[in-house]
Design a protein around this ligand. Structure first.
Ligand SMILES: Cc1cc2nc3c(=O)[nH]c(=O)nc-3n(C[C@H](O)[C@H](O)[C@H](O)COP(=O)(O)OP(=O)(O)OC[C@H]3O[C@@H](n4cnc5c(N)ncnc54)[C@H](O)[C@@H]3O)c2cc1C
Length: 260
């Protein structure tokens, strides 16, 4: 990890995909657990070793599974900004009912325990260097890497316009809702639009259905963003790529990550 001063603000460079030393497994200490939603937590971890990471990247987490000799691993995105301190990472984890790993991460960990992690990985990254406005669309835990991009933008003082469309079952299931409300109050460059699928009367949501073409058209109101980042379940991501392309967004500038 290195940081430098550019045009008066801090910028980050992370481990590149061509970095020579592959990341190693390390035991990261759980230093805080934040409840983000009834089914989701932030695990704040302290890393002993880090070359930094870029907003949007993820770490693999591995756990032993009772009755199995080898460990099972899953990917979890970092929801925090690499600045000011890339050795502290917030992994956002939403419980998938019946899953091997996520229920244990959400329910069974305590502060002071250690978790085996390896990373960072991923090319779904954004640093805003090109200055182009960006549309972010996230559903469920797909919000996690998008939050890292927003927090990074705030940490380095970027004023690149960002519009986040956030889909959750209810407003209380929307990850980072309080932090997003605070950040959008503080920063004119950030607009946050909530849509909830299972609470038709929720006043804090602008929309009360799944993300679809008409919803995106209404949010954009004729302004075609030069780029978009999408993250969430495969069906949502695929439908949103089609919808945005139909609305005029250059498909070569739509980046996505699917959580299946
Ligand atoms: C790049 C990337 C980044 C990610 N980032 C995040 C993140 O930031 N936050 C987050 O919460 N998630 C994230 N994910 C998803 C995460 O990696 C896991 O896939 C998720 O937590 C589920 O893992 P699990 O072990 O709990 O469930 P799994 O054990 O993988 O099970 C998933 C589902 O399949 C069902 N299932 C399992 N085995 C069977 C079977 N034999 N027959 C029928 N059904 C079965 C389970 O009941 C469950 O509903 C990310 C995924 C990717 C690829």
């Amino acid at each position: 990890m290195s940081s430098s001063s550019l045009a008066g603000s801090l910028v980050v460079t992370g481990r590149s995909a061509s970095a020579k030393t592959p990341p190693r497994w390390q035991a990261a200490e759980v230093i805080e657990i934040l409840e983000e939603a009834p089914d989701a937590v932030t695990l704040r971890l302290r890393l002993d070793e880090t070359d930094g990471f870029l907003p949007g990247q993820y770490y693999n987490v591995r756990l032993g599974v009772l009755g199995e000799s080898r460990a099972v691993q899953r990917a979890y995105s970092v929801g925090s900004s690499p600045l000011p301190d890339p050795s502290v990472i917030d992994l956002g984890v939403r419980e998938v009912p019946g899953g091997f790993i996520s229920p244990r991460l959400v329910r069974d960990l305590d502060v002071g325990q250690h978790l085996e992690v390896r990373g960072p990985y991923g090319r779904f990254t954004w640093t805003g260097d090109d200055g182009d406005p960006v549309l972010l669309v996230g559903a469920g835990s797909g919000l996690v890497p998008l939050m890292a991009m927003i927090r990074y933008s705030a940490a380095v003082g970027r004023d690149v316009p960002m519009c986040l469309v956030c889909s959750a079952s209810t407003y209380d299931h929307a990850l980072y809702r309080d932090d997003l409300a605070r950040l959008s109050d503080e920063h004119r460059w950030l607009r946050v639009v909530h849509s909830v699928t299972r609470d038709p009367g929720e006043p804090r949501a602008a929309y009360h259905r799944r993300i679809d073409r008409d919803l995106l058209a209404a949010v954009l109101d004729g302004e075609v963003p030069p780029q978009a980042y999408l993250c969430g379940p495969p069906a949502m991501v695929e439908a949103t790529v089609v919808a945005l392309t139909d609305l005029g967004v250059d498909p070569s500038r739509v980046r996505s990550e699917k959580y299946d």
